[in-house]
Design a protein around this ligand. Structure first.
Ligand SMILES: C[S@@+](CC[C@H](N)C(=O)[O-])C[C@H]1O[C@@H](n2cnc3c(N)ncnc32)[C@H](O)[C@@H]1O
Length: 665
């Protein structure tokens, strides 16, 4: 994890991560393990809320929100030493050995234990967790965009400052974005830009937390004892901010979250002893920590310096969170630096789901490090050197193991001979990187802004009806942020054999939300020219219009594209073109469907502006931990596939999602 001035924690996902337990549990997330209508894309992120949307809230919820907001806003602005992605949701109050886990344990308040469907909402708790995290990531990316724009403006002003007084900035060149403008101390002078420069830049993740609080979007704003529905043992968090917006842990800095003495007055907590810890975060921040997944020796809170070097500089005190952590076995001892630290022994409860690892890791260490050591390796690189990274294929399912065959890898889209595509889009006149959305013609097509932020090499701020990228007639370079989808793979991918769905794809790296995964390549052709029904498994209808119009149950995406299409033209609802990845295609042809996917489909236009033959890109809808299968929603309508005999063909879905529709089509 990051201990730098980075505002978001590219948390190194550990092999085990957040653990939620009521009367507790720890579980690992199992890595989730090809029709005849087409793999027609539907926006995986259709539940993505509109930016800034506000929910209706009750008075009680409002109070909880304000209390919660107070805690967060009172926290000092110190960079997260963000090794914390392991949240143990605990608190039994009743004596017991510690509380590492406890499968789907009890919940106080008489609330359903793990009843996944939330009364009234019609959505499962898991779906709501996803939705909340997506809302947070959406706000986060908007604030990153805002901050990047502010930095650019300040830089532009600074570039007008005489050289002698600008030397500090120069020294940090290249690091400017990372440190944030607030760290760039402008020398004293009487220029009009001083105020802008000095204005503290609040971290986008903190702004996003505040936004979630303001809009009443924290999933569990009230502290509760026990399991939080929808957060399973083994859930991986990318940052502590994610824990905060879910309400799993209400402090974004303290390790121990607890209910204070005031809860003792409430009837439903009769028999509990307060203060009572409800969640602890293992952050790897204490030099005295010794953690593995079966046994955690948790160091109490306080007394270490906040500089990220883990040093204990004072004795810890038996107060607040330390007092609230009630476990059978705890003791005080002198830590490595001679200061008193409290130790709490936490153990996994019996009968909890198996974890994927025995170690609690705070590094990016989960992914394999070398292809040759991969278990079940059947092909070192299915791309044959065409991609930036080799894409190995593994098979531990078949005996003997077989490799994917029957296709030619092609990283670029081919166009059927019968089609002619004219690269006729008028490009922008920018040089180098497109910077100013007011002067870049392509940015103007996107609603006067760039659809991507620079962060992490380019992330799409939000799913759009269509993204207009710079193309062959633009003056900018290939590295321009508005060509993010043209820059090849950014993450190390693996094709792996699943038990029931054929091949699937996963990443070795953590993929942040909004990051580009890959294009869907194959042969671009007219849908009525597809002859071979067996190829249907790999056919992707280009139906961006469906999404644009909000048809077929899809949420209409923001963005005015009325100049591209005639919304009254009903005929155009039927996709005219498709991409056939049967004979040739790239890694996208192996990506399976899920009813609760982690990718979404985005139509992109660059060399031409014909939406019917838009480029099809897949982007991350969520922060995706290493080795989690990559999936998108194929968007089949049930009973939409009819065989040559006229009978409806039914295909079971094995995505394994809690909200699985049980049928692919
Ligand atoms: C584009 S291919 C995906 C890669 C494919 N699994 C393979 O082995 O090449 C689409 C096909 O994968 C299978 N598939 C994808 N997602 C599935 C799911 N959730 N459940 C069952 N089968 C699935 C279906 O056979 C579908 O027609």
């Amino acid at each position: 994890m990051v201990g730098d001035a980075e505002e978001r924690i590219p948390v190194t996902l550990p092999t085990v991560s957040a653990v939620s337990s009521g009367k507790g549990e720890i579980s690992s997330v199992e890595a989730p393990a090809c029709g005849v209508r087409r793999c027609s894309p539907r926006y995986a992120g259709k539940e993505r809320p509109t930016y800034g949307q506000r929910k209706v809230e009750t008075a009680a919820k409002k109070k909880a929100r304000l209390d919660f907001g107070k805690q967060v806003s009172e926290a000092p602005l110190v960079p997260l030493q963000s090794n914390e992605m392991m949240g143990l949701n605990i608190g039994d109050g009743v004596e017991g050995e510690a509380l590492l886990g406890g499968a789907h344990g009890g919940v106080v308040n008489g609330e359903g234990v793990d009843g996944d469907l939330q009364a009234g909402s019609g959505k499962s708790a898991h779906a709501r967790v996803k939705e909340t995290l997506r809302a947070f990531n959406g706000h986060y990316l908007h604030f990153v965009q805002e901050e990047e724009q502010r930095v650019k403006q300040v830089e532009a002003k600074l570039s007008k400052v005489p050289k002698s007084s600008n030397s500090k900035l120069k020294k940090r060149k290249g690091k400017k974005e990372e440190v944030g403008v607030s760290e760039l101390k402008e020398p004293k002078r009487g220029g009009g830009c001083e105020e802008d420069i000095k204005r503290a830049s609040k971290r986008p993740d903190l702004k996003a937390i505040s936004k979630m609080i303001e809009t009443g979007a924290i999933l569990y704003p009230e502290k509760r004892i026990g399991h939080l529905p929808g957060i399973d043992v083994g859930h991986q968090f990318y940052s502590r901010a994610e824990m905060v917006v879910l309400g799993l842990h209400s402090h974004w800095l303290n390790g121990i979250d607890y209910m204070g003495n005031s809860y003792a007055k409430l009837e439903q907590y009769k028999g509990y002893k307060f203060p009572l810890a409800v969640c602890i975060v293992l952050s790897g921040m204490y030099e005295d920590d010794l953690d593995n997944s079966e046994n955690v020796i948790y160091t109490g809170q306080g007394g270490h310096d906040l500089l990220g070097n883990k040093h204990q500089i004072r004795d810890q005190k038996m107060e607040r969170g330390n007092l609230a952590l009630k476990v059978n076995k705890y003791w005080a001892e002198k830590g490595i630096r001679g200061f008193t630290v409290f130790k709490y022994q936490l153990k996994r409860l019996e009968a909890q789901p198996t974890l994927m690892t025995g170690q609690v890791l705070f590094t990016r260490a989960q992914a394999p490090t070398s292809i040759s050591e991969l278990r079940g390796l059947v092909c070192e690189d299915i791309s044959g050197g065409q991609e930036k990274f080799p894409i190995p294929a593994t098979n531990v399912v078949d005996d003997p193991p077989v490799a994917p065959t029957g296709f030619i890898y092609d990283r670029s889209l081919r166009v059927a001979e019968s089609l002619k595509i004219l690269a006729n889009a008028v490009g922008c006149k920018c040089k180098g990187d497109c910077i100013d959305p007011r002067t870049c013609a392509c940015a103007r097509l996107n609603g006067s802004d760039f659809p991507y932020v620079h962060k992490d090499g380019g992330r799409l701020v939000e799913a759009k009806a269509v993204v207009f990228e710079c193309g062959p007639t633009c003056g900018c370079s290939i590295n321009c942020v508005n060509r993010t989808s043209q820059q090849g793979l950014k993450y190390r991918l693996e094709v792996f054999r699943t038990p029931k769905k054929g091949w699937g794809v996963r990443s070795w790296d953590t993929i942040p939300s909004g990051a580009p995964i890959c294009e869907y390549t194959g042969i671009l052709m007219k849908t009525d020219e597809v002859e071979n029904a067996s190829e249907n498994n790999y056919i992707f209808d280009i139906d961006c219009l469906q999404t644009m119009k909000g048809l077929d149950g899809r949420e209409r995406r923001p963005g005015d594209v009325s100049f591209l299409i005639n919304f009254d033209d009903k005929m155009s609802e039927v996709p005219e073109y498709c991409i056939n990845a049967g004979p040739s295609g790239n890694v996208a042809r192996f990506i399976n469907h899920s009813c609760q996917p982690n990718l979404f489909v985005q139509c992109v236009l660059s060399s031409h502006h014909d939406i019917k033959i838009a480029k099809v890109m897949l982007f991350a809808a969520d922060t995706i931990p290493p080795l989690q299968e990559l999936t998108y929603d194929y968007g089949y309508g049930l009973d939409s596939v009819v065989g040559p005999d006229g009978k409806i063909i039914k295909m079971p879905c094995y995505c394994g999602a809690v909200d699985c529709r049980k049928r692919l089509y």
